[in-house]
Design a protein around this ligand. Sequence first.
Ligand code: MG
Ligand code: MG
Length: 248
Amino acid sequence: MIDIKNNFEIKKMERAGLINYQTHKLLESKIKPGITTLELNDIAEEFIKSKGGIPSFLGYNGFPKTICTSVNEEVVHGIPSLKKLKKGDIISIDIGVIYQGYHSDSAWTYPVGEISHEKKVLLEETKNALYAGLKQIKNGVHLGDVSSAIEKHAKKFNLGVVRELVGHGVGKHLHEEPDIPNYGKKGTGIILKSGMTLAIEPMLNLGTRKIWLEDDDWTIITQDGKPSAHFEHTVLVTDDGYKILTGE
Ligand code: MG
Ligand code: MG
């Protein structure tokens, strides 16, 4: 069953979303060549706790850290480590925050210094694919309209759409129904209703859509080693559209 949130719950999710957004902004200001992904993790953990939040990912199915840091060909679920960022890298940072029992989930991919033209296009168009999907959202539309808009945008720029990982409902749990694939057909799937809270999250690759799981059993990488980007917002479905809970 898909959970419809009441105003009391939405207020908590807004707070979880705000802390998530502020954590992203703080990390964005720290990203530079030479910083390690573990340092970014520790900054995020301290900040989230200072705001009365709890990191959603820490311990989730055994995940060992607060944030996911996925660099270049890493798609998602990279584990923060002593690896230093280099100029020209891209880094996807995925953050989950629990505030008084309610989760927010948001990912963003950032450049490390000057990056190549093709990486710039990847970042820009993955973000645009997210917004193409979001623009479909309102009470009464099919979920497939969201999925198909994301896929259509990705195809326009020849980007590989990862299929094994999907967006999802979010709220009392980090992952709730429904699954939200980044591909699909208009006019299919469940009907969205006001009060649903969803994490929409295209993962797009510069090359093949195919992925591998690394030996650490967490990190997902592209099979051809080409870079991948990930943009995600937690949103509330409203009568005439949507409200982003993890942004300004
Ligand atoms: Mg996420
Ligand atoms: Mg998510």
